[in-house]
Design a protein. Structure first.
Length: 337
């Protein structure tokens, strides 16, 4: 049988700065938040090769969950690039559980995939599975979360701590380096712990104080309850930082529920409809936004080239930007259906 060529394209356009993470209640069914039907054009394409005579390349993508818009945008971009290149992509939800993710990787290896993409929940706990994949000759691309292990062939999206410091510097400009900031985090997420640490180090170095930290567990409803307790227990608190999409959505609901828009300024990660409304109303003052579609494009391009045996860049950082009340309308395409 004649081997089918993959599309050829220019080499990767490597970008700079941070990575991302978000989540919400686990669900292996159809996602609640769909990515836009019309995706932005990729800045990168695989070099490509002739596919095997016995069928197309098979790639597995193991994500964190299928509810957060962030993950669905990564998935949509990866799926588009896979479709454009005649690659069979299987997307599996980790359902916010590191054991489920590890088992999914083991199953993909046993099923004979040609490459795996993983957005790790637990960057330490995932290592035995990615090492086993490597030992079986299956290349692994880590997207979003940094998996510090030689078995990872490419890392797309890094520098969560630097992204936390970036939004911290923005808050310091607003506060003049004075005041206390509370945090709605996700203590079960390696990524969000990095964002929390980078932020905390920067704001304290700039003169602010980090106060109460509550754990939203990367689940919107839990984050809302935790944020409500944070606001109730700290009635004089002026600033709050949310480390991910569910944390920011939950915090926004808590602020609105307590009518605290006039006393609290909020910064956080990842656009959502509640975040956009808060930006437009002015009490959410800054949101770190990642180029989610570029995560999917870069990860899939690397997976295809690794399946081909082509060299890829080990580190492929993707930039973040700060969305403010002044520029929010320039970023709402991330929320389009």
């Amino acid at each position: 049988m004649k081997r089918r060529p993959l599309a050829l394209a220019a080499g990767a356009c490597l970008l700079a700065l941070a990575a991302c993470d978000s989540g919400s209640p686990a669900d292996s069914a159809a996602p609640d938040n769909q990515a836009p039907a019309s995706l932005p054009a990729p800045s990168v394409q695989p070099t490509g090769c002739d596919q095997p005579a016995d069928g197309p390349f098979k790639v597995g993508l193991v994500t964190i969950n299928l509810q957060a818009l962030f993950f669905n945008q990564i998935n949509a971009a990866a799926q588009k690039m896979a479709d454009d290149n005649g690659v069979d992509l299987q997307i599996i939800s980790g359902n916010d559980d590191s054991v489920t993710q590890a088992n999914a990787i083991d199953t993909l290896v046993a099923g004979g995939v040609d490459a795996i993409i993983v957005d790790a929940i637990d960057t330490e706990g995932i290592k035995p599975s990615v090492q086993a994949a490597d030992a079986a000759g299956v290349p692994v691309v880590a997207v979003d979360a940094i998996v510090d292990d030689p078995s990872i062939d490419a890392q797309v999206g890094t520098a969560n701590a630097e992204g936390g410091a970036q939004i911290a510097d923005y808050l310091l400009e607003q506060s003049g380096g004075q005041g206390e900031v509370g945090i709605v985090g996700a203590l079960n997420s390696t990524i969000q712990l990095e964002r929390q640490q980078g932020f905390s180090d920067a704001v304290t170095a700039g003169g602010m104080t980090v106060g109460t930290v509550v754990d939203g567990k990367n689940v919107q409803e839990t984050a809302q309850s935790a944020a409500e307790n944070l606001l109730t227990g700290n009635p004089d608190l002026e600033y709050v930082y949310a480390t991910g999409e569910p944390a920011l959505i939950g915090l926004a609901a808590a602020v609105r529920g307590q009518g605290a828009q006039d006393r609290v300024d909020v910064v956080g990660w990842d656009l959502s409809d509640p975040a956009v409304q808060g930006l437009r109303d002015g009490w959410i003052t800054g949101v770190v936004q990642q180029q989610t579609f570029e995560f999917g494009y870069h990860a899939m391009a690397s997976a295809i080239d690794l399946a081909c045996g082509n060299p890829v860049e080990q580190d492929q950082p993707v930039p973040t930007e700060i969305v403010t009340p002044d520029n929010v309308d320039d970023y709402t395409f991330y929320l389009e259906d």
